[in-house]
Design a protein. Structure first.
Length: 107
């Protein structure tokens, strides 16, 4: 039996250390960026490096003078609009009037 590996970001997305290095080259830390945006912690910005977090993706990208899709292309369509993430990416299988596909049949 093989252990399942955690889901990896797309190879086309920047590695989180590359994002942090690009910020450092501009003399910006995640903590300083958090302070600039009135956040009490840099944790939400760090979270955006690993998973979809649109507002903080935008904050990081703006600090680098880029559009978020240039850093995380797997999270965006070509036109720059967001790709649905998580449960939003799943197509609904619900029937009209039903819930979770379990429609009640009239008694």
């Amino acid at each position: 039996m093989t252990a399942s590996s955690p889901k990896k970001a797309s190879h086309q997305d920047w590695h989180k250390e590359d994002v942090k290095a690009a910020l450092r080259k501009k003399n910006i830390t995640l903590k300083a960026l958090a302070d600039r945006h009135g956040l009490t912690s840099s944790s939400p910005l760090s979270a955006a490096l690993e998973r979809s977090y649109p507002i903080n993706e935008r904050r990081i990208a703006d600090a680098l003078g880029l559009h978020p899709k240039e850093i995380w292309p797997s999270r965006y369509f070509e036109d720059g609009s967001r790709r649905p993430q998580g449960s939003h990416a799943l197509k609904s299988t619900c029937r009209s009037g039903g819930r979770n596909g379990n429609a009640r049949v009239g008694a």
